[in-house]
Design a protein. Structure first.
Length: 294
């Protein structure tokens, strides 16, 4: 009988602890919860297992692989997300090697000098950790642990110690709670403070931070900015918090849009799709000039 239950009653952190202490091998599958008309012994609505949301594999108590319903974790996707392959390189490789297993593809990419073995191992490890850290924040949903079930032999498995995952996961959960408390409403807007020229002098921002700054306008909500840049709620909260603490932006109630959300350049219309490449130096220069003119 496999271990099964609901994350509402037995959290992901507790499951990881159990798997780690018992040195288990198998796969944890988490499902969408479908509410029923029944209640359990403590009065909670019972949930039936719906569509699969995620699966996480373990070998001898170590985390080795993770994927979600929307991210299957194939090697090209992993390397593209880690910026080891450009969007164009990923597209070409998908077309030319669509039936190639991950292990074989890894050898081809290494021999062609696209990536190194270190790049592949590091990218898979980070991809796996990102998914698991997200799972740690899920508060409910049916789950089942299938003993001795592992991904197919074509997948590259990178063992990760669960102790460090649990510790870092707990830290991230506390951070998320703090960020949610600081900015509970993503329908607020951002604006530049007085004298933005002085505020931005000598500031070094990441590409993601510049992308957010480029949309700062009282007509654009934080939620709209996140969607335009393909960022999760946590990612946008973390960036806004950092910008706010540095005194670069202020959180305000959104102005009532007359002609839809807009960019700080004054262009009207809907927010454009997020840029697919890194912010170029000329774009950054124009943005700084715009800030200086405020």
């Amino acid at each position: 009988m496999p271990l099964q239950g609901n994350l509402r009653d037995f959290s992901t952190t507790q499951i990881l602890n159990l798997i780690n202490l018992a040195g288990k091998t198998g796969t944890l599958v988490i499902f969408e919860g479908v509410r029923t008309n029944e209640k359990d012994a403590i009065g909670n609505i019972r949930m039936a297992a719906g569509d699969e949301r995620a699966r996480v594999a373990f070998k001898a108590g170590k985390l080795v692989q993770a994927q979600t319903q929307t991210q299957d974790g194939n090697l090209v996707t992993v390397l593209n997300k880690a910026s080891k392959l450009t969007d164009e390189q990923a597209r070409i490789i998908r077309e030319r090697a669509k039936n190639t297993a991950d292990k074989a593809l890894a050898l081809l990419l290494i021999n062609a000098n696209y990536v190194s073995q270190k790049d592949i191992v590091g990218s898979i490890q980070q991809y796996t950790l990102d998914i698991v850290y997200t799972l740690l924040t899920w508060g409910e949903g049916p789950f089942r642990f299938e003993d001795n079930l592992l991904p197919g032999p074509d997948r590259i498995l990178v063992p990760i110690d669960l102790e460090n995952v649990i510790i870092e996961g707990a830290r991230r959960i506390r951070e998320i709670e703090q960020l949610n408390s600081h900015l509970p409403n993503l329908d607020m807007a951002l604006r530049f403070p007085p004298n933005p020229r002085e505020k931005f002098k000598g500031i070094h921002l990441s590409v993601e931070e510049w992308r957010v700054v480029s949309y700062v306008n009282p007509r654009n909500t934080v939620r709209q900015i996140a969607r335009a840049n393909n960022m999760s709620d946590i990612e946008i909260r973390r960036i806004v918090y950092g910008l706010e603490q540095a005194g670069l932006v202020e959180v305000v109630r959104p102005a009532v849009p007359v002609d839809g959300p807009r960019q700080p350049t004054g262009n009207t219309g809907r927010l454009p799709p997020p840029p697919k490449t890194q912010v170029q130096e000329t774009v950054v220069r124009k943005l700084i000039d715009r800030i200086r003119s405020l």
